[in-house]
Design a protein around this ligand. Sequence first.
Ligand SMILES: C[S@@+](CC[C@H](N)C(=O)[O-])C[C@H]1O[C@@H](n2cnc3c(N)ncnc32)[C@H](O)[C@@H]1O
Length: 206
Amino acid sequence: MTADQHHERPHPPWDESYTTDDPAPWDIGRPQPAFVRLADEGRLAGRLLDSGCGTGENALLAASRGADVTGIDVAPTAIKRARAKAAHRGLAVRFEVADALDLGQLGLNVDTVIDSGVFHVFGDDDRARYVASLAAVLRPGGSCYLMCFSDQQPGDWGPRRVRADELRSAFHDGWAVESISADAFEINPIGGTTQVQAWLAAIRRS
Ligand SMILES: C[S@@+](CC[C@H](N)C(=O)[O-])C[C@H]1O[C@@H](n2cnc3c(N)ncnc32)[C@H](O)[C@@H]1O
């Protein structure tokens, strides 16, 4: 596949996740607890990008703690909802429809990137492109906090499971993986399940 073909390839229909009556499993209407902890530790700071922000809860959390926040997502309906929440809460966050695989085109230079449930949606080919895309907007020395589905989660529903060594390998060049810890996503109940196993990675750009 050429770069042009890649660019033109339609995304999976992410917007449909936001146009159904029931919210998507991840769209819980509040920030993920893992990101609340990061905010409490003062880590969601400076110029911050929420990559694949969905309806914006983690971005809005960061803004409420004083960060200068941009949130992007490929799903227009998610961005529309995020903007409405920001207006309703009186928080100045820039929410834009954009491709996380091509963040360089945003012309941003940020101190912090957060990713809640986005890395794990990409296949092997797009992982490398995504990591390069993150590097295009995160300043050297800046931090990326990334939470993804973990191989510790039993079953095979939902997104592809990620192993910790896959994270280390994806970020081996030009990054320092500072920690990968077992954590959990809260989700809207699926068959009684309200939490799924995750990895929370803290990764510094060299
Ligand atoms: C599992 S959801 C997580 C959403 C949000 N981070 C949250 O925690 O609620 C994955 C998100 O990634 C977005 N996404 C998928 N591919 C993308 C891409 N190439 N560029 C931007 N966003 C993308 C989807 O639209 C969806 O909102």
